[in-house]
Design a protein around this ligand. Structure first.
Ligand code: ARG
Length: 323
């Protein structure tokens, strides 16, 4: 941040009292941050636009005169890995925050409580295969907790980046997860965003995972008013997540490409994808299992993200087969 921007923003505050010092605290405490800033509420994107706009434009390759057009209509795509040789699982998530509440790095305990109640009552209204149960981290028993951890239906207290941002305040109070009885649909409550809405399967069937999510979102939207901006789409704690707020990806085993990392990185760059570690963000690759997902979330529609990912994964699988 230039001194000019710092001077302009130093004494600014949003209506809920979120300051520049809070927005940049995570990046200051963690010099290895790649982004380093968080929004404390929807208004942060306007109040601190001098700081946020350049980060957003660079990360998403976006310019403010470009329109962000959503499209979450259903898709039918050919199977990626019909013999299930490479892809272990497919997961698509979106993030949502509710209008009228501060974001998780700047929310009081009583507001978090109110929010949790509101979200849980909306989740109770889900129908058919989306029906499920909410597990509060405050009241969950040991046995259930062990099961959720084992089945990977669980989120941990935030890492040092989220911690410095303020996201862990009052943890584990008002946090929990909802999962459908078939365990293919899940919602994290009060993690980095108010909601992380997740569809997942231990298959390579991207259309099925995506269509489940596109079915769930309008139902949830009937009872929850999501924070959204004309230019920036859905607003989230981290500016990397705005727009569609969608991260769609697979866990894929690439034994040969692991030994040909340059080729893999070239393909990932060509299709505008990103690689994360086997255990999630900022973790290592284990047993050649890569987490490959879309990088851009703003200025691109939901269905385009899925189509690009599908094209990229086809190319990656082909490269693995040819080696
Ligand atoms: N703040 C962290 C950094 O700058 C994480 C950025 C993206 N990840 C996220 N979970 N929001 O490196």
């Amino acid at each position: 941040m230039s001194l000019k921007i710092f001077n302009a923003l130093e004494h600014q505050k949003t209506d809920s009292g979120f300051t520049l010092a809070q927005a940049i605290n995570s990046g200051i405490k963690n010099s290895d941050s790649s982004i380093g800033v968080y929004a404390g509420d929807a208004q942060s994107y306007k109040t601190f636009s001098l700081l946020f706009d350049p980060i957003i434009c660079e990360y998403h390759e976006f310019s403010k005169n470009k329109k962000h057009k959503p499209d979450i209509s259903r898709l039918i795509l050919p199977s990626l890995d019909p013999e299930e040789k490479y892809i272990r699982s497919t997961r698509i998530r979106v993030a949502r925050n509710l209008k009228g509440f501060s974001f998780p790095c700047h929310i009081s305990l009583s507001q978090r409580r109110k929010l949790e109640k509101k979200i849980v009552s909306a989740l109770d209204r889900l129908k058919d295969d989306l029906r499920g149960k909410y597990y509060s981290f405050e009241s969950i028993d040991e046995k259930e907790l062990k099961r959720l951890k084992k089945e990977n239906l669980w989120f941990q207290k935030g890492d040092r980046f989220q911690d410095a941002a303020g996201i862990n305040s009052d943890f584990p109070k008002c946090r929990g997860i909802f999962h459908s009885f078939d365990k293919r649909f899940m919602v994290w409550v009060n993690e980095e965003d108010h909601l992380r809405i997740i569809s997942l399967e231990r298959t390579s069937d991207i259309s099925s995972v995506y269509n489940r999510l596109s079915r769930a979102l309008p139902t949830l939207n009937q009872n929850l008013d999501f924070s959204r901006d004309k230019t920036y789409g859905y607003l989230t704690s981290c500016p990397t997540n705005i727009g569609t707020s969608m991260r769609a990806g697979v866990h894929i085993r690439l034994e040969k490409l692991e030994r040909n990392k340059d080729l893999l990185h070239d393909l990932v760059r060509t299709y505008n994808l990103q690689i994360r570690g086997t255990g999630g963000e900022k973790t290592k690759i284990r047993h050649a299992v890569f987490d490959i997902s879309n990088r851009q979330r703003l200025g691109i529609s939901e269905s385009r993200i899925i189509q690009n990912l599908h094209n990229g994964l086809l190319a990656i699988i082909k490269a693995e087969q040819n080696l």
